[in-house]
Design a protein. Sequence first.
Length: 403
Amino acid sequence: MTRAHWYPPPSRQTEQRCIELFESTYGGAPDGVWSAPGRVNLIGEHVDYVGGICVPFALGERTWAAVRSRTDGILQVASGQLNAPWYGHIDHIAPGRPDGWAAYPAGVVWAMRQEGLLPAEFGGADVAVYSEVPLGAGLSSSAALECALAVALADLHGGGSGEPGSERRSALVKACMRAENEIALAMTGGLDQAVALHARAGYCLRLDCDSEEMQQVPLPLERHHLEILVINTNAPHQLVDGQYAQRRASVDRAAQLLGMRTLRQAFSVEVTLARLVELGEDSPELLRRVRHAISETARAGTAARLLAEDRLLELGPLLNASHASLRDDYEISCVELDTAVDASLEAGALGARLVGGGFGGSAIALVHDTDVEKVAEAVASAAAARELAEPSFLLAEVSAAAG
Ligand code: ADP
Ligand code: MG
């Protein structure tokens, strides 16, 4: 057996490191320190943009932001994870400017000003960020960074950041999403930002991406002696440019042919596929994409109902079906993710699936709490046997939103 590599558990020391970074970078103390969580999506993957249902929750791992106001219009940002500090005038922030990681915090300032969430006299800020959310692992370090800064600026200058579930928070979700889409030029549907700002400890957020309704559904893992093992495959970045756009184009085209606003208005898989063929669209690839979109929303809806009925032990088959659908119909898995999922199940996991965008990143496995080590070691051994990157593990804590 190969020993599994575990991330250190989330700790308030990260907050302390953030403050130290602020003091060593800018001198003096920040006005305050804020944080926002990473996330995993329990189920409902790649359906946010077809008006589907997602069931994400916030992780215990957080990104901290120490912030001090300025009066000269300058924004300065420094990160404990990436050694590339940046400063510039807030009036000069624009699509693609700055580039690199600073686009995320600069984008938040830009978008909050655009959305009227900061007053006209806002004069910039000194910002230090420090994160225990692994970067680029599909656990949404980008939204954690955006949302930590957004609540900081809202509290300091925007009349408060509101409570999870509030309209104020939804306005911050929109601003953070615009920051990522329009300034960092990264596609995101808003799911990550919604969890980071609306999550409640011990609960999943059931997000209806059609009606935009949010509901808290309990995920009491401990009471059921369960754990959710998060497996970062550390798969090398693959050339996946354009894959997201291709998937979107397929499902958008299907909705358009069917005369529907989104595929959420579609009927059952069988009826919808038959209708598409009738309409002359018989590309097997497009039909598979549509089958994923419709079946995954159905699974996510079922999973949310099981959570509401406290039937956590029955989630496994839904997670497995989600993975199979993402692998075979949506075709966004890879050998690292399939290996992690298969090894988890062989070692006794109740269910497992890839999470996030796919083509690498992370998977989750639902396991009995007594099986955690066994499953992690089996996954590590399977990766080693296939000469894949060494995966890293953490145990999900179902955590609270930014604050
Ligand atoms: P994910 O959100 O799944 O972690 P993304 O590619 O969406 O992956 O976002 C990762 C990017 O976000 C990083 O490459 C970096 O530009 C930025 N980022 C996130 N956290 C930090 C941080 N603590 N310090 C600097 N940049 C960060
Ligand atoms: Mg991201």
